[in-house]
Design a protein around this ligand. Structure first.
Ligand code: AMP
Length: 588
């Protein structure tokens, strides 16, 4: 397929903020795809050259791209950088430069999606000496053949910042529209921006959307799902788990207290410690072990000791196990905060030494697949029984999550208190006959943990949004003060702010509040004079080199604007240090 056809789609997607209209463009495009183009084009639509779970990423630096544009156009780096300053977008800079380029490209071939995809994959897989130059050549080769609009999206894809405003949800719906549109008599009205479904149609439509979503949660592979959906809904429903392809993990909503937890999961329920590390999905097929994070990154290379333990202490030819890997200080046997092991996830070299310096213990808590059979529709109690029977626990290496079946609130309270006193983050409370539903927060299990005190912080910066949020400031840099009253950054917050004015404090509201106080723009980033104080909640405070306070809030959430608070009375770094120390009973 010609790359220009895909670029046309990108332009259509970028031209509208309306989700249904985007879905319609996507569906029309998918309907024209040839079978041999599906796999790579589906990735390119998402701005990727590899599936989400693949370790390889395109990830080229701005500077490399500037050099590639220089090579392809004959302009100087200064000229490109100057233009980049005015456009604020390297993709647009490439487009403008190519439109005015001096070098003749009379003999260049039109770009195909396949060629683009191949070159992108090659650049990402190259390693060793001289690779920067070879990568440059590959990208310059594409840019030399590119038309201006093609260059824009090529550059953005290389930067992994496509900015056409589509998420997994749009792609999922587009597959339904493209494959089942006729069967469901779907008709999108552009004027009304509506599908105008009757109740009966809506039920059928929703069922198809759910079927595609479920298949996606199991495989994370839109290309595969699209190919199967073309065959029919029954074939789609037969998609199942496979070892080697990570599935989306089941998520657990939050319970406020023990009675609410029991209400959600029923009595009796399984209580487990909530270990504070990172989620690890362990796949085994014969001798081949693969490890994935919750975001489906392949971290097998980074955790050789875990691979070894899986092979030695867990029986079975094939399985998929859900677990938490937690940092541990082997001398004191104390569990360590996540950040102590976070650097291991991205580590590419010195893996053994890092493993020794930052050991992890793995707590297995669920099993989804065993000896070629999917277990996700079996009750949790059965899955756990099987898990217990195949693991030979090794202290501080691989263990089974501690579990107690509890049906009265007093015992539950005691379990929770003991978990907190032992330094765990909280407890997980699981429904005994709950199935495993990948990717959803369905309430087959809940988490319970103490609510952290909120912080009052000043807004010192923001970022212009993307897509339909492009007229708004959408991510706000927040700061606390030190004893001298200097503001030090502690994170960025966007969650908790509403899309629409009628729903509460909105992005629009913040944009209006902050606009008069913008001090300067730097690309998408703006710096504002601190005038607005807000209250934020968060899940945890972490030490972090990213922000000037030396701390970062994990999952910060906007609570309310504190008009009543002056800048002088916002939270201090001393407050933050104190809260950090109190977390998870670390002082005890
Ligand atoms: P949260 O990250 O706060 O949403 O809490 C859910 C996460 O807790 C899961 O995604 C797991 O990574 C982690 N976790 C720790 N211990 C357990 C456990 N016993 N059962 C399930 N998840 C656990």
């Amino acid at each position: 397929m010609l790359y220009s056809k895909l670029v046309q789609l990108y332009q259509q997607l970028e031209s509208t903020p309306k989700r249904l209209q985007k879905t319609n463009y996507l569906a029309q495009f998918l309907s024209t795809l040839n079978d041999e183009d599906i796999s790579h084009t589906m990735l390119l639509i998402q701005g990727r050259a590899f599936p989400q779970w693949d370790q390889r990423v395109i990830g080229l630096a701005d500077k490399t791209l500037v050099k590639a544009i220089v090579l392809a156009t004959g302009k100087t780096a200064e000229e490109i950088e100057q233009l980049w300053k005015t456009t604020g977008d390297l993709g647009n800079t490439a487009a403008t430069t190519i439109a005015t380029k001096k070098q003749a490209t009379l003999f260049s071939e039109p770009l195909t999606t396949k060629k683009v995809f191949e070159n992108l994959q090659k650049t990402a897989t190259m390693e060793g000496e001289g690779t920067v130059d070879r990568k440059l050549q590959l990208i310059a080769e594409l840019l030399t053949s590119a038309m201006p609009d093609e260059a824009r999206y090529l550059v953005r894809t290389c930067l992994e910042d496509l900015r056409v405003g589509i998420g997994d949800g749009s792609l999922r719906d587009a597959i339904v529209w493209a494959c089942f549109g006729q069967e469901l008599s779907l008709q999108y009205s552009e004027q009304e921006n509506d599908l105008a479904l009757s109740d009966e149609q809506r039920t059928k439509y929703d069922a198809h959307v759910t079927a595609v979503q479920e298949a996606y949660d199991l495989t994370n592979d839109f290309a595969h799902i699209f190919k199967i959906s073309k065959k029919g809904i029954n074939e789609l429903k037969n998609i199942t788990l496979t070892t080697g392809k990570p599935c989306n993990v089941m998520l657990y909503p939050k319970a406020q207290n023990i009675p609410e937890a029991f209400e959600t999961v029923g009595k009796p329920a399984a209580f487990e410690n909530k270990y504070d590390g990172f989620r690890l999905q362990i796949h085994k097929n014969n001798k081949a072990v693969l490890l994935f994070t919750r975001r489906l990154e392949d971290v097998t290379q980074q955790f050789p000791e875990v691979v070894h333990r899986v092979n030695n202490f867990i029986q079975g030819n094939s399985f998929i196990i859900d677990a938490e890997a937690v940092g541990i200080d082997l001398a004191t046997e104390k569990y360590l905060p996540f950040q102590n092991i976070s650097q291991r996830i991205k580590r590419k070299y010195d893996i053994r030494a890092t493993a020794e310096k930052s050991p992890v213990v793995v707590f297995a808590f669920d099993i989804l697949f065993y000896n070629n059979e999917s277990l996700i529709n079996k009750p949790f109690s059965q899955r756990r029984q099987l898990l217990a029977s195949i693991i030979r626990p090794q202290k501080n290496q691989v263990e089974l999550a501690e579990q107690q079946i509890i049906e009265d609130e007093q015992t539950a309270e005691a379990f929770y208190k003991k978990a907190l006193a032992s330094g765990y983050e909280g407890v997980m409370i699981k429904k005994l006959n709950g199935i495993y539903k990948p990717g959803s927060r369905v309430g087959y299990g809940v988490k319970l943990k103490p609510i952290m005190e909120t912080l009052d912080v000043a807004i010192v910066g923001a970022e212009w949004g993307e897509g339909k949020r492009s007229a708004w400031l959408s991510s706000f840099t927040i700061a606390v003060q030190n004893e001298k009253g200097e503001l030090l950054e502690i994170g960025k917050v966007g969650t908790g702010i509403k899309e629409k004015d009628e729903e509460g404090i909105s992005f629009n509201h913040f944009t209006e509040l902050l606009k008069p106080h913008i001090l300067r723009n730097e690309g998408k980033n703006v710096f504002v004079k601190p005038t607005v104080v807000i209250e934020v909640a968060y899940e945890e405070i972490q030490q972090s080199p990213t922000y000037s306070s030396g701390y970062a809030l994990r999952f910060p959430r906007f609570v309310r604007i504190r008009d009543d608070k002056s800048l002088q009375t916002i939270s201090t770094t001393t407050d933050v240090e104190k809260l950090y120390g109190e977390q998870r009973g670390r002082d005890s």
